[in-house]
Design a protein around this ligand. Structure first.
Ligand code: FE
Length: 205
C-alpha cells in the first residue's frame, strides 16, 4: 500500500468562521465540499482541537470563506497558526464583514463565502464532520481558488538555504519552520503551525 496516493487528492483551502455569544473565531481547513445540489448541502470536517469546532457544535452555524490565489501567507498565519483559545483573531482585523446569519466572512484573499446551518454531525475521533444546508452564499471576486498544492508551491514562503554544508535540519512542510538537529523527536509538534513530526522533511546541506 502506497500512502502517498493520499497526496494525489485535491483540496481547496478555506477560512471557517463561527461565533459563540460575543466571541468570533476562525480557522483554516482544507476539508470542505458540496455533497448534494437539491437541496444545496456542504460538508466540512474540523479538528476537535479547534475552538471553531466547539463553536459550530454549540451554535450549529458557520461561514466558509473560499481562499483565492490572491491570499498571502499572512492570512494563513493569522487564522491557521494561532489558536482562538489564546488569541482574539478578530481584534483589529478588518478584512471581514458579517453575513445575514450574523457571522463574519473574510473579504480579502477570498473569492466566495457560503453560510451553513448544521443538519448532521458525524464523530470521526480526532475530527467532526458537519453536514450543513446552505443558507446563503455569494461570489466575492473572479480570482481562482487556491488549492492545497497551490499553497505549497506559491503562497508558503520559500525557505532560505536552511542547512549548512554537511549539516541536517528538519523543515516543516506546512509553514517552513526549521528544526535544527540530526534527529527529529517522534512526538515533536511544530511550534508555529502545530503540525506533527510526520509533516517535517529532512534537509541535508
Ligand atoms: Fe509548521
Amino acid at each position: 500500500m502506497n500512502e502517498k496516493a493520499m497526496f494525489q487528492l485535491t483540496y481547496g483551502l478555506f477560512v471557517l468562521t463561527a461565533k459563540d455569544g460575543e466571541k468570533d473565531n476562525g480557522c483554516i481547513i482544507n476539508t470542505a465540499g458540496q455533497v448534494t445540489a437539491v437541496p444545496n448541502r456542504i460538508s466540512i470536517t474540523v479538528s476537535k482541537e479547534n475552538l471553531t469546532h466547539d463553536m459550530i457544535k454549540k451554535s450549529g452555524k458557520f461561514n466558509l470563506s473560499v481562499i483565492s490565489q490572491r491570499a498571502d501567507f499572512e492570512l494563513f498565519k493569522h487564522f491557521g497558526f494561532q489558536s482562538g483559545r489564546t488569541a482574539d483573531k478578530f481584534a483589529g482585523y478588518d478584512a471581514c464583514r458579517r453575513s445575514g446569519n450574523g457571522l463574519y466572512y473574510i473579504t480579502e484573499g477570498t473569492n466566495a463565502y457560503i453560510s451553513g446551518s448544521v443538519e448532521q454531525t458525524i464523530d470521526l475521533d480526532t475530527h467532526t464532520m458537519f453536514i450543513a444546508s446552505v443558507e446563503d452564499m455569494d461570489v466575492l471576486t473572479d480570482d481562482l481558488s487556491a488549492t492545497y498544492a497551490y499553497y505549497h508551491s506559491s503562497i508558503k514562503p520559500k525557505p532560505e538555504k536552511p542547512a549548512e554544508q554537511g549539516k541536517t535540519v528538519w523543515r516543516c512542510t506546512i509553514c517552513g519552520y526549521i528544526y535544527e538537529g540530526e534527529e527529529l523527536p517522534e512526538d515533536f509538534v511544530c511550534p508555529v503551525c502545530k503540525h506533527p513530526a510526520s509533516d517535517f522533511e529532512k534537509v541535508t546541506g
